[in-house]
Ligand binder design. Sequence first.
Ligand SMILES: N[C@@H](Cc1ccccc1)C(=O)O
Length: 404
Amino acid sequence: MNKTLGSTLIVAGTTIGGGMLAMPLTSAGIGFGFTVFLLIALWLLLSFAALLFVELYQNAEADAGIGTLAEKYYGTFGRVLATAVLLIFLYALVAAYVAGGSSLLSVLLPTIQDKQTTSRVAGVLFTLFFGSFIVLGTSSVDKANRILFFTKFLFFILVLFLLLPKVQVDNLFEMPIDNALIIAASPIFFTAFGFHGSIPSLNKYLDGNIGALRISILAGSLIPLIAYIIWQLATHGVLSQGAFLEILKQDPTLNGLITATSAITGSEYIGVAVRIFSALALITSFLGVALGLFECLEDLLKRVHLPTNRISLGILTFLPPMLFALFYPEGFILALGYAGQMFAFYAIVLPIAMVWKLRRQYPDLPYRVMGGKPMLVAVLIIGIGIVMVPFLVQAGYLPGVFSG
Ligand SMILES: N[C@@H](Cc1ccccc1)C(=O)O
């Protein structure tokens, strides 16, 4: 029981992160009502996908990673594809956190040459400082994370406490300025519900107890759903659509969100609280995800018998995201969009492909996610749709989330 509760909190804790900050930016043009619809739809989608992993683990070693599962059903090709997608996903996510972190940090630095250079310097400082915790080792990450996580939680409550009384009900009835924005926003919202990389370690922790794993997944993802709905209620309710979009046009970064909250509420104080909360959310996500990337690279290098040490692994982990942030200082939403695309493949397309074979090979396993083949096909189509979104935005078939 205790372990189930612990696992539920791990799911909730992994899920609620930097992705949440992108939500108000992404849904600025969508309006609250449709945003709630999108949140519930994606929550259902991601819970379904997570339960597919539970189904898969009935027939796997408790400590099998997802690469191992992919190899079991699709051979070496499966393993290579799963590992490559996971790596690109983690890189994109870390890149998003660095870009977001640098835009928050740059405001605290004196201007160096111009705004862009300052933001670049901030990106390097952010990566060097927080990256060093990863290089030092998991226990230093654990210690830093506990304090940061707790503070983040307190600041979330404080931010809600400050924003909710300022909600204007009219703002909540805004309609999408363009319906296609709902689709364009889906990869970013999708990533915000992600925790699926932790399923293998939870399964190990719960000694392969599928029932307990299922409960922790359902309860653990319900907590973020509720938190996100309240967060969107607070931000959409406070920021009027027109004014918010206008500010985002000038500054399409996390700073834009903070400028908008201070300007619209007229309170410097609220802006500071949102800034501290945002920084904490980004840092905790950065630490968790970068640790995952670091270990994934370590595994990979060991597998191909290359020598590893923590410094070279650190460079391999942090140099690409840092370069991204140097070239795209405003790349927070951009990188999250690509991360969502990779994640839709990893968390939806891949498990469906594996469960499809599993059900054929072992028709009598005790646990099977509801819906049968029609459900698998329907979810697969949605998953592939989300993978396509960033391509369609780039090709001009869908609006970018900031166009307004
Ligand atoms: N949900 C996390 C991102 C994430 C996705 C998948 C796995 C782990 C983390 C966030 O909001 O930042």
